[in-house]
Write a protein that binds this ligand. Sequence first.
Ligand code: IVH
Length: 697
Amino acid sequence: MTGAPRDKAAQALTEEEAAAELEALAGEIAAHDRAYYQDDAPVITDAAYDALRRRNETIEARFPHLKRDDSPSARVGAPAAGGFAKVTHGRPMLSLANAFDEADVRDFVDGVRRFLKELRDDPDLPLEFVAEPKIDGLSVSLRYEGGRFVQGATRGDGTVGEDVTTNLRTLKDVPDTIFGNDVPAVVEVRGEVYMTRPDFAALNARQAEAGGKVFANPRNAAAGSLRQLDSTITAARPLRFFAYAWGEVSAPFGNTYWGVLHLLRGWDFEINPLARLCRDVDHCLRFYRDTEAMRARLPYDIDGVVYKVNRLDWQERLGQVSRAPRWAVAHKFPAEQAQTVLHRITVQVGRTGALTPVAELEPVTVGGVVVSRATLHNEDEIARKDVREGDTVVVQRAGDVIPQVVSVVLDRRQPDSRPFVFPDLCPECDSLAVREEGEAARRCTGGLVCPAQAVERLKHFVSRDAFDIEGLGGKHVEAFRRDGLIGTPADIFRLADHAQGIREREGWGDKSVDNLLAAVEAKRSIGLDRFIYALGIRQVGQATARLLARQYGSLPAWRRAMTEAADPDSDAYRDLVNIDGVGPSVAADLIAFFAEDHNLGVLDDLDGQLTVADYAAPTAADSPVTGKTVVFTGTLETLTRNEAKARAEALGAKVAGSVSSKTDYVVVGADAGSKARKAADLGVKTLSEQEWLELIG
Ligand code: IVH
């Protein structure tokens, strides 16, 4: 801060003092904006920040002619906005499944061939792919209406992203208008925003000179530059864009991916010049090797290549599994590695009590990112690699996965080193930690008394794929729990009772508390699938939660069924294990969860705070098979079993593995056996494949 007398009433300032203070405030507020928005590391409370801005405004009101060009009050999207507006994507933005070696790629291609009946039946039928580099940037969606760019958004969680339209307009690779009679009325063009390596180096040099933030790698620089509230900052950053996908389109616009890439190029988008049409898997793998050989010479970072089925009708039929398309895969380059010293092995306790060993490392740069911790997975892995404290180890980082310890550099082992002894007591609560038959993890048996499990469950509850409560990160959950503000999930919905106390906490101000409470309120109603996932039941991930939500429809129905399923002879148990994707092992974990009074108490408590919406089938709510239970049996003629199942589910039907009185339809293919007979015995309606196809249209 300069010598301006900050404590002097603004009304009493001389003109000279006012000018000096406005200059100081501009610099200071800009620095806080950077700390908050670029580094996610504010150094003052929101209240102190607000006071600085108010002071600036008061002085400007008194001396309007002294208002500076770089005045904080003139900046667009001033931080009071608390970030960017949310945008719901016209169609979700998917991610990609990964392949790490040739065998994975062949599995992917075989999977495609097995899924589509005509490809399965005719191995000579060509299956072409487009192969292209996987750009290491961040994906965005650009919406054009009537050919005009109207909205641009980040990926976010895939369903809802952030509105960065103004910033995207500053990119020369993002056309403002697209022309041609082939332009649909509405089209969302998607692709990657990135920064070239030379541009990144120059930006960092400028930043360092100006005392600004230096970025770890081009990806971070691109992300930080795009997520600026002040679009003039984005405009000054050399961001680029490659188009490689699309979202909502008002009319179909091609038969092949390759064709669409060229259409996009005709609309003045950049498409990656290295993209190639490949006739088969070997051709794809050749592309991979060629691209890898070129990698270091490319002007931008890539972390692998992507293969996409070229025919769009096949893409459509292949659909997606959870959040990744079945028609594409990312073939990753080998992870980057580095050597460093492992100082200590600490053991963390997860949500389900699993003890995970973590290597605390001498910080080392691996592929442009500083790594100071890496996972050691479990006790067998430590024993297998004989990792010891004090060892020099090889660590690797592949894309966004957690860094891992690959091996020990034995030549550099200290003579006095000793094998690591894995604890058999929980490091957090001292309960016995046991390893069950066939399990890789040793688990704390402390359950409810273990503070680590409790806090991890709470973190899971508010995490992105669960309740997604913005502004309530892991660190806050830990602190709130430690200080008794929250103990169980429902307490999160009672945080408003502690508003005053939170406002007084270090690092919290009126604005951030208001935002937090609003974020909590916004989640008082939630879908059944997210709710089930949020409970953090062992083995119940997002996909299983969705299956359960689809099967049972409502929270009361699910709860009743899970309690009844405790009896292995009950219909409820049979229905549960009959869900395709839920077996006896998952069923056992569900039943165990409902057998604990404490968990029922948590559910009751949440019930009083929340509205859990019944599960709505994701598409075609009015399809003739929504909510119906279908069993496929025998050999189908036009569809593989997988495609039949995927399509039925997309229309809101449940697919079961065996016939019961609850089955609505049994679709009977050639050579059907006992299931068709059972359907007849139970009087369940049977359909031929043709009848089924007519039914679903
Ligand atoms: S296709 C539905 N193609 O990789 C298909 N993604 O791991 C969606 N990416 O979120 C993605 N280069 O940010 C595709 N040529 C490329 C890509 C690419 C980079 C990124 C993208 C995506 C992530 C998935």
